[in-house]
Write a protein that binds this ligand. Structure first.
Ligand code: PRP
Ligand code: URA
Length: 209
């Protein structure tokens, strides 16, 4: 799928191994999710526009480059996406953060939206949807649709682990959305969990199970 970029960095691979480990506790899990998000942010912002500036160093004037004013919003899907926000903000502290609440109905796996609060000028922002898990793709497809309904044109989605089923569904529903995925896993199980995956990301981040 040419709208999908799968990460290929040793640091990300190493940290994902630690995330998968069932013996990794909540504190370390949260830190790792944040670190992986920061590394993914580096990759997902590779196309930000630059402009030339002149900077006086202690020795001379340097022609240099800075990011050309671009308005950015990070949009975590609650709950688990919250774990990625800090890592993203550590690289782009001026970004605004919007929140979309989605949970999967445990029976049907259909996404249910229960909360939405976005920056007022979200339509003019480059938006990065954050969610560690792309399983059936229902939550991500729903979140993209919410942003499009608000008029957002420029949307990227960052997920740490994706199932092939979710990637396909999201790409078909929203082919204009660029997907950054830290690792592509094998498949979904009958309950809609990613295999081998890392379990329930929200529960592991917040220690609710
Ligand atoms: C998880 C995860 C995604 C969703 C992925 O959230 O964080 O949002 O499942 O599954 P999907 O691709 O099949 O939609 P969950 O519904 O468990 O809610 P939580 O983050 O509040 O735990
Ligand atoms: N949500 C998760 O947190 N984990 C999965 O494996 C699938 C959906």
């Amino acid at each position: 799928m040419n709208n999908t970029i799968i990460m290929d960095h040793p640091l990300i691979k190493h940290k994902i191994s630690l995330l998968r480990d069932k013996n990794t506790g909540s504190k370390e899990f949260r830190e790792l999710v944040s670190e992986v998000a920061m590394l993914m942010c580096y990759e997902a912002t590779r196309d930000l526009p630059l402009k030339e500036v002149e900077i006086e160093t202690p020795l001379a004037v340097a022609r240099s480059q800075v990011i050309n004013s671009v308005k950015i919003a990070f949009v975590p899907i609650l709950r688990a996406g919250l774990g990625m926000v800090e890592g993203m903000l550590s690289l782009i502290p001026a970004a605004k953060t919007g929140h979309i609440g989605m949970y999967r109905d445990p029976e049907t796996l259909a996404p249910k939206e229960y909360y939405c609060k976005l920056p007022m000028d979200v339509a003019s922002r480059q938006c990065y949807i954050l969610d560690p898990m792309l399983a059936t793709g229902g939550s991500a497809i729903g979140a993209v649709q919410v942003l499009k309904d608000y008029g957002v044109k420029n949307i990227k989605l960052l997920c740490i682990i994706a199932a092939p089923e979710g990637l396909k569904a999201l790409s078909e529903a929203h082919p204009d959305v660029q997907i950054y995925c830290a690792h592509l896993d094998e498949k979904l199980n009958a309950e809609g969990y990613i295999l081998p995956g890392l379990g329930d990301a929200g529960d592991r981040i917040f220690g609710t199970k």
